[in-house]
Write a protein of this length. Structure first.
Length: 437
């Protein structure tokens, strides 16, 4: 695959970008597993005779175990590393996809989704840690965008592909298809991923580039190799600001991930096949803004001497503010207007997301990155639990998505405030090393 040209040290080999592609493909695959439930909305209601409220609980069940695992996963990642924890996680999420395809009843489907949450729990904290190991700070936004954008691109191509599979072969075969893809990725990850110090294919020139360009600006060097306890990190102002802000982003993300096809079908009276196809439009736009604005543009400006803190904060806060475009979709009367407003909302949030995921390795020491990533993703998954359930209740009660979108906008306003006043300047946290977890 071609690798990004950042204009840095053209003679340095690019093994590290193979790792970035690997992480991106992993997120692409595990989001296939996530979106197949939203695509199967009508089929599951017909098969199991459930209501929209029950579907909201089913949609969020994945996030229950995903959220519960985040703090332990952060500790395990810092203790055992990305390679071992990643292999176990991918194996479990592959098994979960096959289990969902074979389940005879609703209870079995809930169980499969709970297992999926356990398997996919390490993905984003592990990817954030891997980027911190493999990339110098001035390349981390694009490297992070490559895996974060895959979550959006997965919805863009996954909803139509899985939707067509469902329409022609049934929902069970759509789940089995994602299981096969997940199993193939398990083999790929097993063969390719290693940390830099273990990788025999990493040249000395590239190894030195990764280490030397980090220099004193790298938090890992600046703060040493000690570690901070999980309890201390949980009350740290910068961590809380990042967690609240990211939680607001993820609320909107999961609302659209689980309900967008149904919104287009129910609120705008689009037939099911076209709702699958239209759903891809905002996600394609989000993929582009994620990579171009949140990834390439941030690294481009920083490498050319712009203030790194101001660049990252501008994209982080400005992108999250664009998420308020969801209010426009709340009262849209045509599919075109709805898709424009939703594209503005998720496109802006997607530009902010890779900046947010690059921050654990920029504000925390090496042995704390997994824990900080776990704290952030715990906040994310609490939002992932609440968004589908609350949306189900509000749509049932008001027969409209306006209230659901309004609640999401209020949370975004809180998130923007947290970024400004709690996260503050993007710089290393000066915390004394402490023992324990």
């Amino acid at each position: 695959m071609a690798t990004p040209d950042l204009g840095i040290e053209e003679n340095v080999p690019r093994r590290r970008w193979r790792i970035a592609w690997l992480l991106g493909i992993g997120v692409l695959v595990n989001y296939f597993d996530r979106v197949n439930l939203s695509v199967s909305h009508d089929a599951l209601i017909a098969t199991f005779g459930i209501s929209n409220i029950a579907f909201g609980y089913l949609s969020s069940s994945y996030s229950w175990t995903y959220a519960a695992c985040q703090l332990p996963i952060g500790v395990l990642l810092d203790k055992f590393g990305v390679k071992r924890v990643g292999r176990v996680g991918i194996f479990l999420w592959s098994v979960a996809s096959f289990a969902a395809a074979a389940t005879p009843n609703l209870g079995g489907l809930f169980g499969a989704r709970l297992l999926l949450g356990v398997g996919e729990a390490p993905t984003f904290p592990a990817n954030a840690k891997a980027v911190g190991l493999w990339f110098p700070p001035q390349e981390r936004s694009l490297a992070t965008a490559m895996f974060d954008a895959a979550a959006k691109f997965s919805s863009a191509i996954g909803v139509p592909i899985i939707g067509i599979a469902l329409l022609f072969a049934g929902w069970r075969w759509s789940f089995a298809l994602t299981g096969v893809i997940s199993a193939a990725y398990f083999v790929y990850f097993w063969r390719v991923y290693k940390d830099p110090e273990e990788d025999p294919e990493l040249s000395g020139v590239e190894r030195n580039f990764i280490e030397e360009t980090a220099g004193g600006a790298d938090t890992h060097r600046a703060l040493g190799d000690g570690q901070t306890s999980l309890g201390r990190l949980l009350i740290e102002r910068k961590v809380l600001g990042l967690a609240i802000g990211f939680g607001s982003y993820n609320y909107v993300f999961y609302l659209l991930l689980t309900w967008l096809p149904s919104y287009l079908s129910f609120a705008l009276h689009i037939d099911l096949l076209h709702s699958f196809l239209y759903t891809s439009v905002p996600w394609i736009f989000a993929t582009i803004t994620d990579i171009v604005a949140g990834g390439w543009l941030v690294d481009f400006l920083i490498q050319r001497g712009w203030n790194a803190n101001l660049v990252r904060k501008a994209i982080l806060i400005g992108g999250t503010a664009c998420g308020l475009g969801l209010l426009g979709a709340a009262h849209a009367q045509t599919p075109t207007r709805a898709l424009i407003w939703i594209s503005i909302s998720i496109g802006g949030l997607s530009a902010a997301a890779p900046v947010g995921w690059s921050l654990p390795s920029l504000i925390a020491r090496r042995n704390d990155v997994g824990k900080v990533g776990g704290i952030i993703n715990l906040s994310n998954q609490i939002s992932g639990i609440c968004a589908p359930i609350l949306t189900g209740y509000m749509v049932t009660a008001f027969h409209s998505y306006a209230w659901a979108f309004g609640v999401a906008a209020c949370y975004l306003a809180i998130g923007i405030t947290a970024y400004i006043f709690l996260l503050g300047k993007i710089e290393p946290m000066r915390l004394e090393p402490s023992g324990g977890l």
